[in-house]
Design a protein around this ligand. Structure first.
Ligand code: FAD
Length: 459
């Protein structure tokens, strides 16, 4: 089988990539190993995520499906002074701010909608598992070998470009050879435990900060927090995130730990969930923070989680995944037309652009964790508009903003990012390596700790 671009993974990165490629007249094949609909975490879109969905022409469909409209994020700190609200905003053509909506999505439904839409727009879906990339004589990628679902035989898909959109599986990086190494990120020692609850107390006021579908973040202490994300009129996704060591100390089952924490981690969460009724299994993801260096090369690009995930606190993941798909499309178009074929990394510009964008988010997140009170003060008193830009994932244009400069100053990182971009080899070395040398361990490709079960052991 032959196509222009083969895409490994049919999550938001894969399907958005396929749809933006289709706009450029480029054919694609999506290889997805799971049967959709399937459960997935990551249910809150930022303003930028809503923007990409709108750019894909899916706004009417989002309203039709009655996904809850999110108007902002409310953070409850340890005190009133540490509590704050960031509205969802957009920027018009003159870069003027306006109040906007985005959505909370049940991923089983949203991802299926995106996959169906990608297929309706011309992409071919092949259910199956990608096994390994096929290399041409000159070392560039020429396709992928897969095992179609329910088949013993393998199959080859020839394509001039391979997109790795495999999410946290980081398929290409784990195979080794093509990408750079995979490093642990700054939040690798965290664990997220989550489910869905009903019968909660939701805001229902007229103001944007009292909107009933807003995301709530409950900050208990450094690295101990919870999310509250409404999924429909009744069901709310609630996650508890803590250091893994704290979870292990408790010696509880996942479910017992989760249920106890729902009423212990933060008084506001207890007030919101008077009686605990779960309507979903309890899920867990440890060690979610990582970064793959050199995630683009001759004939391949890793998109979304397949190369980097920092921390789920402000819901940037899905937006980044879809946005990077959009950003990659024009680069792929020119590569397919023969440009930059002789270069060692034909997608180097795209790679640097993406890294700089995520670095903005990483600095925002690091500042929140390292300086929570100063952060809250900056949100309310000095740089509110610039900070709503970052929360909406407007991280490529008009950056570094005065707010980002202030965060970098608070983190003692002034000039460090810019300096690191000057040398291709150095830029975006993960903060975990550059700023915390004791945690500079490279994630061994063949580490025995590959799955949640490996990590948690039998329970
Ligand atoms: C605890 C937690 C909470 C989060 N909360 C949010 C949130 O509120 N909002 C938000 O935007 N983001 C959130 N995220 C991040 C979000 O889940 C991801 O950023 C997002 O799903 C990335 O999309 P993706 O398409 O890159 O990967 P995925 O959505 O993971 O899709 C990857 C797909 O690739 C397939 N695949 C993998 N390997 C292969 C293979 N070899 N062959 C074929 N198919 C393969 C998988 O089956 C999967 O369907 C959260 C993450 C965590 C860990």
């Amino acid at each position: 089988m032959k196509t222009d671009v083969v895409i490994v993974g049919g999550g938001p990165a894969g399907t958005a990539s396929a749809m933006f490629l289709a706009r450029e007249g480029i054919k694609s094949v999506i290889v997805e190993q799971e049967k959709f609909p399937r459960y997935h975490i990551g249910e809150s879109l930022t303003g930028g995520g809503g923007q990409v969905v709108r750019q894909l022409g899916l706004e009417a469909e989002m309203y039709k499906r009655k996904y809850p409209c999110k108007q902002g994020v409310k953070v409850y700190g340890q005190s009133k002074a540490g509590s704050w609200f960031v509205p969802v905003t957009g920027r018009d053509a003159d870069w003027k701010l306006f109040p906007w909506d985005t959505w909370q999505v049940r991923r089983s439904d949203f991802d299926k909608m995106m996959l169906d839409e990608a297929v309706a727009r011309g992409s071919t879906l092949i259910p199956g598992k990608a096994l390994k990339p096929i290399l041409k004589k000159d070392g560039s990628v020429g396709g992928v070998q897969i095992r179609p679902m329910d088949s013993e035989k393998t199959m080859e898909i020839e394509a001039d470009v391979l997109l790795d959109c495999s999410g946290q599986a980081t398929w290409l990086a784990n195979l080794g050879g093509l990408t750079g190494p995979k490093y642990l990120g700054s939040y690798d020692k965290q664990i997220a435990i989550f489910s869905q609850v009903v019968g909660t107390i939701r805001d229902d006021g007229a103001t944007r900060d009292q909107h009933k579908a807003n995301t709530l973040i409950l900050y208990a202490s450094k690295f101990h927090w919870a999310w509250f994300i409404p999924l429909d009129e009744d069901v709310v996704s609630v996650g508890i995130v803590v250091p893994s060591a704290y979870f292990l100390e408790k010696k509880e089952s996942l479910r017992d730990f989760y249920i106890r924490e729902l009423h212990e981690i933060h008084p506001e969460l207890k007030r919101r969930i008077p009686e605990i009724k779960l309507v979903e299994s309890v899920h867990v993801i440890p060690n979610y923070s990582f970064q793959v260096k050199k995630f683009c090369g001759k004939g391949f690009i890793c998109v979304g989680d397949a190369h980097r995930f920092v921390d789920p606190i402000f819901s940037f993941g899905m937006t980044m995944a879809m946005w990077e798909g959009q950003l990659a499309a024009p680069h792929i178009k020119s590569y397919l037309s023969g440009e930059r074929r002789d270069q060692p990394n034909p997608f180097a510009d795209h790679q640097l652009y993406c890294e700089k964008g995520i670095d903005v988010l990483e600095d925002l997140i690091d500042c929140f964790w390292e300086q929570p009170l100063a952060f809250a003060l900056l949100v309310y008193t000095r740089y509110t508009d610039f900070i709503t830009d970052m929360f909406a994932t407007r991280i490529y244009d008009h950056q570094p903003s005065p707010a980002l400069d202030a965060f970098r100053k608070l983190l003692n990182r002034e000039g460090l990012r810019e300096k690191s971009y000057e040398t291709e080899d150095l830029y975006s070395v993960p903060i975990g390596a550059r700023f915390h040398p004791e945690r500079a361990a490279i994630w061994e490709t063949n580490s025995p700790v590959q799955s949640t079960e490996d990590w948690l052991g039998p329970r």
